[in-house]
Ligand binder design. Structure first.
Ligand code: SAH
Ligand code: DHB
Ligand code: MG
Length: 221
């Protein structure tokens, strides 16, 4: 078993379950066209986010880390007519490209992208009483994941689904001597998530067309 078969099976699954979609394809292409790193979720994980949003009957979704809006589009597609998604992004160029991609997908009336550091924007959302959100997807810079999680709890109510991407980092989280701050951020977050009595959680290992990683899935009690 190796990466080659994981990729082939991931493609087999996406060929079966993800019909061609112009706006998602255009969003994916925008990464190379606009020189934006291709660190968006894979198509099958985008579909999983969509299914999670449907399962939680989300009307309000918060995303931390927009990039070019690929995951944003998947989640926003799951929203009802009066649904809303707020996505936080530090890089103005990413935000600009994301807005175009979201507009092309016909979702701009439901999606608001806020530009700034997530650690500043999250308390603003609390002050505005923008919560509670039904689903929160944490996918920005990895070192402050624990802080993003704590702010997410303040923007949650009982039943809120909190998802965090990239918490396994190629299995490097097993190594206690890791000096990579992204791995350390995931280790600290995973520990905090497991210790928190206000959530019930697990981690799904993710394999396929992207690097071996994992998504934490938590429900607020
Ligand atoms: N959710 C996206 C991928 C996000 S990649 C998808 O799957 O399609 C991580 C994003 O977080 C990048 O766009 C990066 O610019 C942004 N980011 C990094 N540090 C941040 C910070 N401190 N606050 C907000 N966004 C940040
Ligand atoms: C990175 C960030 C991500 O959100 C991701 O899914 C993969 C990689 C990164 O910053 O390396
Ligand atoms: Mg990610």
């Amino acid at each position: 078993m190796d990466q080659k078969i994981f990729e082939a099976v991931d493609r087999y699954i996406s060929d079966l379950f993800i019909p061609p979609d112009e706006s998602l394809a255009a969003a994916e292409q925008s990464h190379s066209l606009e020189n934006i790193p291709q660190i968006n979720v894979s198509p099958n994980l985008g579909k999983l986010l969509y299914l999670f949003a449907r399962l939680s009957k989300a009307k309000k979704i918060l995303e931390v880390g927009t990039l070019a809006g690929y995951s944003t589009i998947w989640m926003a597609k799951a929203l009802p007519e009066d649904g809303r998604l707020v996505s936080l992004e530090i890089d103005p160029h990413h935000a600009e490209v994301a807005r175009k991609n979201i507009d092309r997908a016909g979702l701009s009336s439901k999606v608001e992208i806020r530009v700034g550091k997530a650690i500043d924007l999250l308390p603003e959302l609390v002050d505005e009483k923008a919560g509670p959100f039904d689903m929160i997807f944490i996918d920005a810079d990895k070192p402050p994941y624990t802080e993003y999680f704590e702010w997410s709890l303040k923007l949650s109510n009982s039943g809120t689904l909190i998802i965090a991407d990239n918490v396994i980092r190629d299995g490097k989280v097993l190594d206690q001597n890791q000096e990579d701050p992204m791995v350390q951020g995931a280790q600290r977050f995973n520990k905090a998530l497991a210790a928190n009595r206000n959530v019930s959680a697990t981690i799904l290992q993710t394999i396929g067309v992207k690097e071996y990683d994992g998504m934490a899935i938590a429900i607020v009690e």
